[in-house]
Ligand binder design. Structure first.
Ligand SMILES: Nc1ncnc2c1ncn2[C@@H]1O[C@H](COP(=O)(O)OP(=O)(O)OP(=O)(O)O)[C@@H](O)[C@H]1O
Ligand SMILES: [Mg+2]
Length: 304
């Protein structure tokens, strides 16, 4: 292991089809073109498609080979992405087994990813809020939340953040009683009154939990990308992180917003990164801006 500083970013958001994979592929491509060694890990196990974004038809090695112990080292399943300084940890499609991996397999996989030797590690997360999806999102110190501007997507986005937070908090709490309490909030059996931040709620009712909750929050940096936004929606880029900070207490940094762009579909059909085939489009400019924001923020942060 070298002394390389690794920056791990997970791209999630709860809802399906909101651009998580498209954005993680193109942002990874953009970061690699800025001169950083980049690892792109497809953790949408069961619905993996990162290889397709780069024109790799059938990856000959996949994360499943590591999970199923067919390879010993995670680095052995990484494949070179042609034309980019990116190593891809590809997933496979339609393998339901992979989505239900057990705790031991999960721990081995996550620890292998966290010790990969890249400048930037970009993780594409699947849709939904299953335990495995939340756990994969939580392995990254940097969580990027992506949403469309529709109220349903926004709702899912906040719910996803809250669920990921509660899932991690539950793992940090030792006492059975407190675990049950976190479970009850997670399941909606206990509703935190509107307008009260989670940590303030713990402080007033179960103060033992407040310190752990703050430690969990401080363990992550959260970011926000608004996708498929019209001109009128653009103000949501600042407004949503503000509202989530103000009402729920999670600090979130806006990274940028993308407009609706039919050429995105075309790039996916052609199985090439969008930034490569439409280098001069406003969407490419936005993607590059978001990638620069990620790099600039990472360089200014100090974390282990
Ligand atoms: N800004 C946009 N304008 C137009 N189409 C878009 C935009 N962003 C994404 N799309 C389209 O949305 C579709 C889904 O994108 P993508 O696969 O990246 O979503 P996802 O969140 O990863 O989905 P899943 O949850 O299934 O993994 C793609 O076909 C893409 O063309
Ligand atoms: Mg996806």
């Amino acid at each position: 292991m070298t002394g390389r500083k690794r920056h791990i970013f997970a791209f999630g958001g709860g809802k399906g089809g909101i651009g998580k994979s498209f954005l993680s592929a193109n942002i990874a491509a953009s970061i690699s073109q800025m001169g950083y060694r980049t690892g792109l890990i497809d953790l949408d196990l069961g619905g993996a498609n990162q290889h397709t974004f780069f024109g790799i038809d059938r990856p000959h090695k996949t994360i499943d080979d590591f999970i199923e112990h067919r390879t010993r080292n995670f680095s052995d399943i990484l494949i070179d992405v042609p034309g980019y300084d990116i190593m891809l940890g590809a997933g496979i499609q339609n393998d339901l087994k992979a989505t239900n991996f057990n705790a031991g397999q999960k721990a081995r996989l996550f620890s292998a990813i966290k010790s990969l030797d890249f400048d930037y590690i970009i993780i594409d997360i699947g849709a939904g809020m299953s335990i495995s999806t939340l756990d994969t999102f939580n392995i990254a110190p940097n969580g990027v939340l992506i949403t469309y501007p529709e109220p349903t997507a926004l709702e899912n986005c906040y719910k996803f953040l809250k669920s990921a937070f509660l899932r991690e908090l539950r793992g940090k709490v030792k006492e059975k009683e407190l675990k049950e309490l976190v479970d009850n909030i997670y399941d909606g059996k206990i509703i935190i009154p509107a307008g009260i931040k989670i940590v303030d709620y713990f402080n007033s009712v179960y103060s033992e939990l407040a310190g752990t909750a703050i430690a969990v929050m401080n363990h992550h940096n959260y970011y926000f990308i608004l996708n498929n936004a019209s001109e009128e929606d653009m103000e949501l880029l600042e407004h949503i992180p503000y509202a989530i900070r103000r009402f729920y207490g999670f600090g979130i940094i806006p990274l940028g917003a993308l407009a609706n762009d039919e050429k995105i579909r075309e790039s996916i059909r052609k199985m090439r990164p969008y930034i490569e085939i439409f280098p001069d489009s406003p969407t490419t400019q936005k993607i590059r801006e978001i990638a620069s924001n990620i790099v600039n923020i990472s360089e200014s942060l100090c974390y282990d």
